[in-house]
Design a protein around this ligand. Sequence first.
Ligand SMILES: [Zn+2]
Length: 133
Amino acid sequence: MGTFSETVKQAKDWRWRCPACEKTSESTGAGGFVFRIGTSGTTRSLGRCSGCDAWRMLILERASDPLPPEALNADQERTWSELIAYVSEGTMSAEVASQIAQSSAPETRKREVAAHVAEKALTPEQAMTMLGV
Ligand SMILES: [Zn+2]
């Protein structure tokens, strides 16, 4: 636990980075994101990148860190790319895609449920129940 001013300083020390075009933006620039700070490790969240004008799994990282080689989890990346495709097509809302991405269900299960939501075979509420969100 630090002092309040240290906490504020730390909060300002975070940024979002687009994995596709490497554009970075202040973490405080988008509402609510600051609340994620304090969790350990890399945090990623679905967001709209103004750099490449597309939905991306934006990376939240410390601004003072050198750009790290992203530790890729191929299975997770596949889920994200499918979710981004659904959002881009307009078959799923960004909020639902983000919730599916962040659930702790196995990646194969997330992709299966996401496909059903995109096809309207499941409502987002049913999907969240199935994924334990
Ligand atoms: Zn971008």
